[in-house]
Design a binder for this molecule. Structure first.
Ligand code: GCO
Ligand code: MG
Length: 400
């Protein structure tokens, strides 16, 4: 029987809500058989589209759709230089589409191909927030009323909303914040929420790499008494050696990974048991194929999954996260950003969340599709990101 091969590789870009989304659609030699995958790097989506159309597509055309692992391994090194966000997102789009195709051919959801369900639904966390501790409490209560048991609590934007900045004369424009004021206020907010809400809700917080490493050690110690489910991105990827210091000094569970591209970033944190949750952005890693490998590796060390699931993960990417979540023995928690109704129309089969759990629809493959006519009604709008032009109070550049 002749192999089913990749006949065409198409890219769909759409912005039905806040984020620019990139989807790869692989058309096969079998009439009507295609797959979709997420390749969303919202800040550099043109680069991903070009990488797919100009470099990955010629490499893929004619290849056997069944050879997912081989195709991924070869695609990752075909550019010689590897493990960067643009090319990994491009490869992810194709990789997830090939898993979608394999599931459709087998007549099974992807989680069956991974090894079957360990759970019927994936527990999710939502994003509570507000500009004052009392507002954060009200937001937490709204999530509790929707049945969420895991709730992230943030006050203001990442790094907090500064009350005063004491900038020097002539300081340039940018997204200013005060890291030390943020850390003090965040600890007070978490204490207030815990005191008001009690212990029967799991609270999470995202530092978003906004403070100096030593202040991250201090903040992890300060919040230890409030028993967070996890504290996220306490450090920037460039400072991950400091996780050893955090680990030696407190038991606040650590989550890290959304900014990671290279296996050498997550591997030592997992094998050293220096973090408790891996937070990688699955398309940033290169797709389902590497995520499956890393989930199994993390399982050997008691490290759980908490795949990145923001608004700049497409619903296709959320579906891929969900198949990993339903299978993984070391599933931890799934981030869920909640999409507006029109996104569900553009992406029929977008995972459903009920009472704090995300459920698969059990259709073969990833179980999701793209309404291309509707997607075309929401073209991606170019903009220069301002929120990532972060500055310390003195105006010097800071990591976002
Ligand atoms: C999260 C992340 C996001 C990122 C965003 C960057 O925990 O969901 O920190 O909020 O800031 O994905 O584009
Ligand atoms: Mg984060």
């Amino acid at each position: 029987m002749s192999a089913v091969t990749i006949q065409d590789v198409q890219v769909i870009t759409t912005q039905p809500a806040g984020s620019r989304l990139v989807i790869v659609k692989i058309i096969t030699s079998e009439p009507g058989l295609y797959g979709v995958g997420c390749a969303t790097f919202t800040q550099r989506f043109h680069a991903v589209v070009t990488a797919i159309e100009k470099h990955l597509k010629p490499f893929l055309i004619g290849r056997d759709v069944s050879r997912i692992e081989e195709t991924w391994q070869m695609a990752m090194v075909n550019s010689y230089w590897r493990n960067g966000p643009v090319l990994s997102n491009a490869i992810s789009g194709a990789d997830q589409a090939l898993w979608d195709i394999k599931g459709k051919r087998a007549g099974m959801p992807v989680y069956e191909l991974l090894g079957g369900k360990c759970r019927e639904g994936a527990a999710v966390y939502g994003h509570a927030g507000g500009s004052a501790p009392e507002q954060v409490v009200e937001s937490v209560r709204r999530f509790m009323e929707m049945g969420y048991h895991y709730i992230r609590v943030q006050m203001g934007g990442y790094g907090g909303d500064p009350s005063s900045l004491r900038k020097p004369d002539g300081a340039p424009d940018g997204a200013y914040y005060d890291p030390r004021e943020y850390a003090r206020n965040a600890v007070r907010m978490i204490e207030h929420v815990r005191n008001e809400i009690g212990d029967d809700v799991e609270l999470l917080h995202d530092i978003h790499e906004r403070i100096q490493p030593i202040d991250a050690v201090q903040m992890a110690k300060d919040v230890e008494q409030f028993k967070l489910f996890f504290l996220e991105d306490a450090l920037a990827p460039e400072d991950i050696k400091w996780f050893e210091n955090i680990r030696q000094q407190c038991a606040t569970p650590q989550a890290m990974g959304e900014l990671f591209n290279n296996p050498r970033e997550w591997q030592p944190l997992i094998s050293g048991r220096l973090i408790d949750f891996i937070r990688m952005h699955v398309s940033q890693m290169g797709g389902l194929t590497p995520a499956r490998h890393v989930a199994a590796f993390a399982n050997m060390y008691g490290v759980r999954t908490a795949w990145h699931g923001p608004g700049d993960t497409s619903p296709v990417g959320h579906a891929a996260n969900l198949h990993l979540d339903l299978w993984a023995p070391n599933f931890g928690i799934q981030e869920w950003c909640r999409f507006p109704e029109r996104v569900y129309e553009v992406f029929p089969g977008t995972p459903e969340v009920r009472e704090g759990y995300m459920y698969a629809n059990d259709n073969p493959g990833l179980g999701i599709d793209v309404n291309e006519e509707l997607a075309a009604q929401y073209p991606c709008k170019d903009q220069v990101e301002h929120w990532t032009q972060t500055r310390w109070p003195d105006g010097s550049p800071a990591r976002p």
